[in-house]
Design a protein around this ligand. Structure first.
Ligand code: SF4
Ligand code: SF4
Length: 178
């Protein structure tokens, strides 16, 4: 008799819990209809940005590719007639990318940058392989002013060491000796 009573009590308690939850505000959100605000430093899809003068920032130095922990960046370096380097082709496999941001940190020209855009789901995994034409954008991204070629990309006969824009005086190595 007591076990029957315990069963009834357990059943009633279960129904009571269900009944209470009927009137609770749902904690789930109906994505994609409801989109919550992302944290300011959200990192997702990668782009290749341009200099303020419109030129491609990427000089195909391979640093991003070398630092990438999952080896999802590949490219082929090429050189224009005026000596300016660029990537003949540039590829990122977003099916492997873990959005760690190391490529952006390694990039000396501010070319490669992560954006907050993350909605890239595809049924066909090969569509997650982005080519240069998919990655190259017509703006400077987070770094509006920086122009690598204005500082370090061109040879100049004007001025000696330490006399160029944002260049320090050469260090006398002997002054560092103990
Ligand atoms: S964010 Fe990380 S994993 Fe993705 S391409 Fe850059 S270095 Fe590789
Ligand atoms: S994106 Fe930056 S780090 Fe990667 S190859 Fe181009 S210049 Fe080098």
């Amino acid at each position: 008799m007591s076990s029957a009573w315990e069963a009834v009590r357990a059943l009633a308690s279960g129904f009571a819990t269900t009944f209470v939850h009927l009137f609770r505000k749902p904690v789930t959100e109906e994505y994609p209809e409801v989109k919550r605000a992302l944290p300011a430093r959200t990192r997702a899809v990668i782009v290749l940005t341009r200099d303020p003068d419109g030129g491609e920032r990427c000089v195909a130095c391979y640093l991003c590719s070398a630092v990438c922990p999952v080896s999802c960046i590949s490219m082929q370096a090429a050189e224009r007639e005026d000596g300016r380097r660029h990537a003949a082709w540039f590829r990122i496999n977003f099916a492997r990318c873990i959005y760690c941001g190391l490529c952006e940190e390694a990039c000396p020209t501010s070319a490669i940058q992560l954006t907050p855009f993350f909605e890239t789901c595809e049924r066909d995994i090969l569509k997650l392989v982005y080519e240069k034409e998919d990655l190259l954008v017509d703006h400077q991204g987070k770094d509006k002013e920086y122009n690598f070629y204005k500082y370090a990309g061109v040879t100049t006969d004007v001025g000696g060491k330490g006399e160029h824009v944002q260049e320090d005086e050469p260090v006398d190595l002997r002054s560092n000796l103990p």
